[in-house]
Write a new protein. Structure first.
Length: 314
């Protein structure tokens, strides 16, 4: 696997320092100094997932990076309403920013919005979305690898055998790719997938908790592990297990959010997550936008994938 593995008790401080350093170094590590060539640059971020913790972290980091460069960055959130994405993109294009950023989401759902941006000669970049016509470049994690790493950690926690429930969200290209990677790992290990449950957004913690409660009630001992496509449904699964008094079913997630790291540190059902390098992802997006807007340089590729870091219990 391409990502790095680390035990939580040796790395929490290092991960925090890395994230902070990433913010502090962006102005000198490929980024422009505040006001250096960035004056007057405007960027609009459009997202359906701002309520998601990882998406909010990424967009907050991108906004801070843009402001460090002297850009004006605005954020539009459709609050899980995919039907509003097209109109949000069309509205953004009408404002004539220098660039539009899709802050996670599926670009195939916004063909009209992408056309509006193209007609207005406004480049569109993406954070943790997908490669598609109309997207100059998408920067994300290697999501197949994230799924394989998290599934591998779950398989190990299960002792190499058993049956799992997968908590998924196909509308998000990254989560969809993680699920594909996880399925490959489970199949290779001979692990049965007894159910796949779609998790609604907004409200993934509550929705996953309800789904897992139903699964545990219906299947009992048939389930020996739960894979979460991101940390919030994994947390909902942990809450369901704890409410049911079940202590022998391990749970894994993806993202490396603070609440997930705290649960892992407790030594309970939440046994692992894969931390995404959001500081590096947003820096790459900002560099691509800066090169395009300020120098006319096209991205060298349509998809950039960065590694994640597996975090497990001490």
């Amino acid at each position: 696997m391409k990502g790095k593995t680390m035990k939580l008790n040796r790395t929490l401080a290092a991960l925090t320092v890395t994230a902070v350093a990433g913010l502090g170094l962006t102005a000198c590590a490929g980024g422009a100094e505040a006001g250096d060539g960035g004056d007057g640059v405007t960027v609009t971020v459009v997202t359906p997932y701002l309520a998601n913790a990882a998406t909010k972290e990424a967009i907050d980091l991108f906004t801070a990076e843009g402001e460090e460069r002297g850009w004006t960055v605005s954020v539009v959130d459709t609050a899980g309403d995919m039907n509003k994405l097209n109109s949000a993109f069309q509205d953004a294009a009408a404002q004539q920013p220098d660039a539009i950023v899709l802050g996670t989401g599926d670009p195939t759902q916004i063909s009209l919005g992408l056309k509006a941006a193209a007609d207005a000669d406004i480049p569109v970049f993406a954070i943790d979305a997908g490669a598609a016509d109309g997207i100059a470049a998408n920067v994300t994690s290697d999501n197949v690898d994230l799924g394989q790493q998290s599934a591998g950690a779950l398989i190990e926690a299960m002792g190499g055998t058993g049956s799992v429930v997968m908590l998924t969200h196909d509308p998000h290209p990254g989560v969809r790719a993680r699920a594909e990677g996880a399925r490959e790992a489970f199949e290779a290990a001979g692990i049965e997938i007894v159910e796949e449950k779609h998790v609604n957004v907004p409200g993934p913690v509550d929705d996953a908790r309800t789904s897992v409660q139903d699964v545990i009630s219906a299947r009992g001992g048939d389930v020996t592990g739960i894979w979460g496509g991101w940390d919030e449904p994994a947390l909902g699964a942990v809450q369901a297990l704890q409410a049911a008094g079940v202590s022998d079913i391990p749970v894994v997630g993806v993202d490396g959010q603070d609440f997930a790291l705290a649960e892992i540190e407790k030594g309970g059902p939440f046994v692992a997550t894969v931390k995404q390098d959001w500081a590096a992802i947003v820096l790459q997006v900002a560099d691509l936008i800066g090169d395009f807007v300020e120098e006319g340089a096209e991205p060298e590729q349509g998809q950039y994938e960065l590694p994640g870091t597996l975090v497990t219990q001490p």
